[in-house]
Design a protein around this ligand. Structure first.
Ligand SMILES: Cc1cc2nc3c(=O)[nH]c(=O)nc-3n(C[C@H](O)[C@H](O)[C@H](O)COP(=O)(O)OP(=O)(O)OC[C@H]3O[C@@H](n4cnc5c(N)ncnc54)[C@H](O)[C@@H]3O)c2cc1C
Length: 406
């Protein structure tokens, strides 16, 4: 089914929650600006937690048509102020949104876990952090943690390099291997209060510090039986990790494109307010008009890739019937991620060159955007992984375009 939601127009948030959400987003934006000015992110998190915004997963449960544009709008606007904070918040949104919209009705056990988890997120007003357990080692893709059965519960040990939102998360979603049984997803409540979990140093202690991305270590931490959300070996359960990834890679570009949109706004304001040596506004120079048009078109092109990824996600209505549509959503999300983060980085660089050295004189947002936007290309999937996958699909197929691309 085609869903005609446009994420480009201001109409999207209207459809997705009306005036109440708009007022809340504006209040949260103001709190983030104040938090950054005072170097105190607790100001932002207090405002965010007090709003209904983190819990849209409950309001729009099983309704990706409304949830996706609503999440897009929030992370896009926060990304225009701080991509790092936008990233921390995006991690909460992609996990909660995937749980909220995964069509698991045909697997009653998984469906029960999904609804229980969603209900506790909404009723206990939990912010959700996650880690895929990846570590930096001499071999790519290695997991640093492992879980094993212990009576009716589990024990987890090891280290995970990446967890954004680490000191704000009230619930930690851990993806790891359950010894001898394959990939498993656990939901660990109150990670900060558990003696066997140590939330460690910042992984990115300078440019991306506000993403609160930290290393986490697990010291034989005991988890209750209900902590296991899913063992990804069953037919439907195995589709949850790719479905989550599709949400992640569709939303990640939203925050970086928010940074790009803000950079274009800086260009617009600078060109309108500055005169050349001949006394003419820079905005009247034909070259500047063309440059601004080029930046705008690149931004809109990347946004349309995100739009398409959102529609692909929305098309997954019933599993296992729509398993192929999950693959397609993953594919479209990779395109959106690749195009969105690449364009965002290029757009911020281009804007900085137009505005010039005053971008770094202390009161221009382009400095922050420049430092943080470069993280877009670095995850979750790195560009080389996406390029290799698409390259192989095309070279292995009998014609171009490959069916999954059309
Ligand atoms: C700001 C930020 C926040 C993050 N927050 C979280 C979080 O909250 N939770 C979480 O689970 N994860 C998080 N991640 C991690 C993310 O999910 C990815 O695991 C991570 O970004 C992968 O990057 P890496 O450099 O570790 O990849 P690596 O796999 O170590 O790759 C390093 C480099 O090796 C090369 N390479 C890798 N694979 C291939 C290949 N197949 N072919 C050719 N070359 C290759 C590429 O040049 C690549 O840049 C975060 C990442 C970033 C950047």
């Amino acid at each position: 089914m085609m869903v005609k939601t446009s994420f480009v127009s201001k109409a999207a948030p209207e459809q997705a929650g009306g005036q109440r959400h708009e007022a809340e987003i504006a209040a949260v934006e103001a709190a983030l600006k104040q938090a950054l000015a005072q170097s105190d992110l607790s100001i932002f998190y207090r405002a965010f937690r007090a709003s209904s915004l983190p819990f849209l997963c409950g309001e729009y449960r099983d309704n990706a048509e409304l949830l996706f544009p609503a999440c897009f709008e929030i992370v896009h606007r926060l990304g225009g102020i701080s991509p790092a904070v936008g990233l921390a918040v995006e991690n909460h949104y992609y996990v909660t949104s995937a749980i909220a919209t995964f069509p698991a009705a045909a697997d009653p056990v998984l469906e029960r876990h999904r609804l229980r988890l969603l209900s506790s997120i909404v009723t206990e007003r939990l912010l959700v952090a996650n880690t895929n357990s990846k570590v930096h080692s001499g071999k790519l893709g290695q997991l640093g943690t492992v879980a094993r059965r212990d009576g009716d519960g589990y024990r987890v040990s090891g280290v995970a390099s990446y967890t954004s939102l680490a000191t704000e998360g009230d619930l930690l979603i851990l993806m790891t291997e359950l010894e001898g049984e394959g990939m498993a997803i656990f939901a660990i409540s109150s990670p900060r209060r558990r003696p066997g979990i140590a939330i460690g140093d910042y992984l990115f202690p300078r440019a991306m510090i506000d993403s609160d991305t930290r290393r986490i270590s697990f010291h034989d931490e005991r988890l209750p039986p209900e902590a296991l959300v899913v063992l990804a070996r069953e037919e439907i359960a195995g589709l949850l990790p790719p479905f989550e990834m599709a949400w992640h890679q569709s939303l990640i570009p939203a925050l970086y494109l928010g940074a790009a949109a803000r950079a274009i706004e800086e260009v617009r304001a600078f060109l309108g307010a500055t005169e050349g040596r001949d006394g003419q506004p820079l905005a009247a120079l034909d070259g500047m008009v063309i440059d601004t048009g080029r930046l705008t078109l690149e931004y809109l092109s990347a946004r349309s890739a995100v739009d398409a990824a959102g529609r692909a996600l929305c098309s997954v209505k019933e599993l296992p019937r729509d398993a192929e549509l999950v693959s397609r959503a993953v594919q479209m999300a990779s395109v959106a991620k690749y195009a969105g983060t690449g364009s965002a980085e290029a757009l911020v660089t281009a804007a900085r060159r137009i505005v010039g050295a005053r971008a770094f004189t202390g009161d221009c947002i382009l400095e922050r955007l420049s430092q943080e936007v470069m993280f877009g290309a670095l995850g979750p999937e790195v560009s080389a992984v996406i390029e290799r996958r698409f390259g192989k699909q095309v070279l292995d197929s009998k014609c171009f375009p490959h069916p999954l691309l059309s």
